[in-house]
Ligand binder design. Structure first.
Ligand code: SAH
Length: 367
């Protein structure tokens, strides 16, 4: 990329500043933002409400970057997995999941992940780097461009559940959500249609509440011993007790509820006793539980429980009056389902170094 200023790297205040520098009237800022986020334009010379001279002047010093899909893979169930190459040639994955009335995009927030959850493929990559705000929101723009090119439906929902731990990259995630939800110049999603999923960085839940989006917490275990085995890094920093306290005090808006995710792993956390403990742990919290039968990947070392075991687990929760849903795992054949995003060890050796900074994101006192 040239040395031109990439407008995607600016927040709305940055755009205003640029407009001031150019000595343009203030309303130009909103016009620019509108072109970028609502019209999804990448060509400054096509901004037709600017004079030709102004367009030329801006195009001389600025550009609008976009994410280019390296590949798009489709499955029979309609799921699409986009692989995007970033400027530094690292790559991320974004998944589009259709169901009857919704079209959901699942966004990545890091290249690799800060955490080391034993059952997750992304965790094996280590953290390569955090995504920038524009790379997070850029996934939505790029997917929407592709969908409109094919005259497909528009996206209705956004989940931050792809590669990475969103709360370990909180500033960029906050800025991305501002651009996704702003209704004057931004993409205009209602925060109700956005869900952020965390492995449980307890001290940062309040910042999710401030954003007004839905919160999903990946619980996956009901005792510290079990959780430390399955999710060592996060449970070391934020043990169950601390996490559940933060969930209990999460300021839920009327008619909203928390989501707990629970990956079912055969012989690890799938017994009736586990289900009873899960019911006890979540009792009194306005919530639902999404049960995710483990999605296998080569070398994972875990197995997916049988349907019978999954249904038995759900039935126990049901007896305790807890709404539990079994997540249909879409996109499994393209490794596009939960926990299957990432580069398999061996296929891209240069990208698999583990950074020394991983623990830095997990300091429980910093939020
Ligand atoms: N770091 C965030 C978001 C990414 S993981 C989080 O932990 O919530 C998104 C969801 O996929 C989490 O609930 C996680 O527990 C689940 N998951 C990870 N690996 C999985 C696998 N192999 N099979 C099924 N679900 C998995």
């Amino acid at each position: 990329m040239s040395s031109a200023l990439d407008l995607m790297t600016l927040d709305s205040a940055g755009i205003v500043e640029l407009i001031e520098k150019l000595s343009w009237p203030h309303y130009r800022a909103e016009q620019l933002l509108h072109w970028i986020y609502q019209r999804r334009l990448t060509d400054i010379t096509a901004m037709t409400d600017l004079s030709k001279a102004d367009r030329a002047r801006l195009a001389e010093c600025a550009c609008i970057s976009s994410l280019m899909p390296d590949s798009i893979r489709n499955t029979e169930d309609g799921t699409q997995k986009f692989v995007f190459a970033l400027e530094d040639r690292k790559s991320i994955e974004t998944v589009v999941i259709p169901d009857a009335e919704r079209l959901t995009v699942c966004l990545s927030t890091q290249v690799g992940c800060t955490l080391d959850c034993a059952f997750c493929l992304t965790g094996r990559m280590g953290l390569l780097r955090n995504l920038k705000a524009h790379e997070i929101v850029g996934q939505v723009l790029a997917v929407q461009r592709e969908l409109s090119r094919l005259r497909h439906r528009r996206l209705t929902n956004v989940v931050l559940m792809g590669m990475g731990e969103p709360l370990a990259n909180i500033e960029a995630v906050e800025e991305a959500i501002r651009r996704l939800t702003d209704t004057t110049w931004g993409i205009g999603f209602s925060p109700r249609r956005i869900t952020l999923s965390t492995a449980g960085l307890a001290t940062r839940l309040a910042r999710v509440a401030n954003l007004g989006v839905n919160l999903a917490v990946s619980l996956n275990a009901t005792t510290d011993a079990q959780r430390s085995r399955l999710m060592p890094a996060v449970n070391r920093a934020y043990p169950l007790d601390m996490l559940m306290k933060a969930c209990r005090t999460f300021p839920l808006k009327p008619r909203r509820r928390l989501t707990f995710e629970y990956v079912l792993l055969e012989g690890e956390n799938d017994t009736e006793r586990d289900a009873v403990r899960l019911a006890m742990l979540t009792k009194g919290i306005r919530c639902k539980i999404n049960l995710i039968p483990f999605n296998e990947f080569p070398g994972s070392g875990f197995r997916r429980p049988s349907d019978h075991v999954v249904l038995r687990f759900q039935a126990v929760l049901d007896r305790h009056d807890i709404a539990a849903y079994i997540r249909k795992s879409k996109g499994r054949e393209i490794l596009g389902a939960c926990g299957q995003l990432g580069t398999l060890p061996g296929s891209l050796p240069l990208q698999l170094e583990r950074p020394a900074t991983r623990a830095g994101f997990l300091n429980p006192v910093s939020s």
